[in-house]
Design a protein around this ligand. Structure first.
Ligand code: SF4
Ligand code: SF4
Length: 311
């Protein structure tokens, strides 16, 4: 017999998400993001997205879940911890963002989301839905905030009171009504550590990150040469940057993940500066075969290494 009733469905989805390894699950009513529309417009108008054209595309879809899933009723936000067991970016090595230590999270998480949809269909019925991990125009942080799994910090990242910010955010939009969670309050208080620590002053004011000044953008998204004015400011980061997360007091509560696919390979964990500098395309392909680092391509990573190494 199939399950029935909003609360039973909700409990089922939350239980299954936990069994699949998600650390937190929150649910918000799917509706047009009224409050976000003018904010997104201003942010884009000020060109804070740099060359990230995908941010500007699909403006409507980004604000309206019904444009992504017909008859959308619920947006389910799921957080998946990636905080590593060891920081492989010690003195003497270049630094890679923690989220990219292991296998590309898109694949790992997408599989889990598909399993969750499958289970929902099996136990609840003919539910229409789509899963998103960074791949479609979904405003993940906004939905995460609305569903109470955290608040958006002054570094513009989602912060969870129990475990900080080292999470992947995934979304399931479905046409099934559920019991909704409400937002929680902002716990940043008077802290300004992320603003003070950002080496490129990309956090221009609390809660506003100028993406086009951020090391993550320069090292991953930017296709051209990195502007010379940033020389010497990258603090050894060659793929992404975790500074505004590492300094955040809420990340003192971070606990290591339990996902074997996120473990760094032995080769990656051992890399010193000269290994990075001497890396051939063949080694790059081997080490990053299943990694998000592939996104920069070999030439991009080499550009970053050169820029940082000469800084
Ligand atoms: S990721 Fe690094 S460069 Fe970007 S805002 Fe945070 S501290 Fe600044
Ligand atoms: S470092 Fe401080 S201000 Fe920045 S996000 Fe964390 S708690 Fe908020």
């Amino acid at each position: 017999m199939k399950l029935s009733g909003k609360s039973t469905y909700t409990q089922f989805i939350k239980d299954k998400s936990r069994e699949l390894g998600f650390d937190f699950c929150g649910i918000a009513k799917a509706a047009f993001l009224e409050e976000e529309a003018p904010r997104l417009e201003t942010w884009l108008r000020q060109n804070n997205h740099g060359q990230m054209a995908y941010m500007a595309n699909h403006f409507d879809k980004r604000l309206d879940p019904a444009k992504l899933v017909e008859g959308a009723k619920s947006v389910i936000t799921l957080l998946y911890n990636y905080y590593p067991h060891q920081d492989i970016c010690q003195e003497g090595s270049y630094k890679v963002s923690k989220y990219a230590y292991g296998e590309d999270y898109h694949f790992v998480i997408k599989k889990k989301l598909q399993t969750l949809i499958h289970l929902i269909r099996e136990e609840i019925g003919d539910v229409n839905g789509r899963a998103f991990v960074d791949s479609a125009p979904v405003m993940e942080r906004t939905w995460a905030k609305k569903s109470g799994v955290g608040w958006i910090g002054k570094n513009s990242l989602l912060l969870n009171k129990q475990q900080g910010s080292f999470f992947f955010i995934a979304e399931l939009i479905i046409d099934l009504e559920l019991v909704y969670d409400g937002p929680i309050k902002d716990y940043c208080g008077t802290c300004t550590r992320c603003l003070d620590a950002c080496p490129t002053d990309a956090i221009t004011q609390p809660y506003v990150v100028d993406g086009s000044r951020c090391i993550s953008y320069f090292t991953i998204e930017l296709k051209e040469a990195i502007p010379q004015e940033y020389k010497g400011k990258f603090k050894d980061w060659i793929f992404g940057c975790d500074i505004c997360q590492d300094v955040c007091p809420w990340n003192r509560h971070a606990r290591p993940h339990k996902e074997p696919a996120f473990e760094p390979s032995e080769e990656l964990a051992k890399m010193k500066k000269n290994d990075w500098e001497e890396m051939t395309e063949e080694v790059f392909r081997k080490i990053f075969k299943r990694s998000a680092v592939k996104r920069t391509k070999f030439a991009g990573l080499k550009r970053n290494i050169k820029f940082v190494g000469e800084g």
